[in-house]
Design a protein around this ligand. Sequence first.
Ligand code: FES
Ligand SMILES: [Fe+2]
Length: 425
Amino acid sequence: MLTKEENDKLTRVGKGTPMGEMMRRYWHPIAISAELPDCDGDPIVRKLLGERFVLFRNTEGLVGVIDEACLHRGASMALGRVEEGGIRCIYHGWKFSVTGALLDTPNHADARVKERLKANAYPVREQSGLIWTYIGPREKQPPFREFHFDEVPATHRTVIRVNIPSNFLQNWEGGTDTSHVSILHSNVTRPGWLSGSNRTANEGDINDFVKQSWDDMSPKLEIENTGFGYHYAGLRRLPGSDAVNARLVPIFLPYGRIIPLPGFSSTIFEVPIDDHTTSTYLVDASEGEPLEEKARLKRSGFAEHNYRNRNFLIDPENHYGQDRAAMRERRSWSGLDGLTQEDATITVSMGPVYDRSTEHLVAADAAIVRLRRRLLDAVDACESGGDPLGVNVADMKKVRAWDCDLEPADSWKRLAQPHNESYPA
Ligand code: FES
Ligand SMILES: [Fe+2]
């Protein structure tokens, strides 16, 4: 349980707030490449940490991220014309390059203004289907971070973005919470709960997500700090055997995790749009097989009725879209369609910014407690003039997630060894 003050400190991300300033020290995904497909195509507006930006792709294909308000008199640059190497405000025609340089001022003939003024343009990196930017203090710009998913061929990777109307921390805590997996996600992890039915899995479900170990609903958690945040092992008993199933999940600041899934891993970023909305980026990567976005959306439970323009559509007034008949008839545990939809629905049901001063934690919540501790420590480090955790680690490629059954003589710490060697706490 937290005090209301701690809860505020952990959840408020606007400019000038302790968490907001800490977050601004990292690079952030701000869009996916597919949203800005064409040179000189339409600009888009994106909100990040409560601030508004305009993104455009210039004639050469480079992406610019600038403040939404025009430098001249504040018109929205989202209305602008993207042409001939820049974006031009439609009000008085001022034109800016991707670096913010003022290229043209049709209503002001004196060229000296172009040397004197420059728009706020932010560093951009486009890689592996994601557009990243850095909006923190210039003198503190950290190296760009690369992940395991940057190493696989483009055909073996999918990038999905879902806007969810809830604070980033409750999304992230949900992703860190392993004990809900065999309960909330019963239909995909333990279809056997459907007693009297011989249902295995529907087409498009993560069929081999079904494992005996999910029957152990109170996993033991072991946690170690690392240089990127921490990792935990969820240890589950296997019926009729001395072996133990271990799921090693790395949690990295300021809002990331990697989840092991059958044949691929999912690196997930819970990027705050503002205090009460989150852009969840799901980056799946497989070493062995091609992946498809359509299949991933289906597995996640997203379809036309609840996922449009990359927004998760949810209506609490309509029972969150739950299929209550399917629940009554024991065809569905949650009445919801898939993993991500189930997770997103739960976080939205907790309210836009969950108040942690009223909760009742148990041992199964240990990874969540550690997450809050690591975040608060990073905020404190920043406030006292230091660097937040892991911000200067450019090579995150050895941060990996694992799911395997271990013989009694074996230890999950063997899986964690590369983390401890490359990213010491
Ligand atoms: S407000 Fe943009 S050019 Fe005047
Ligand atoms: Fe979940």
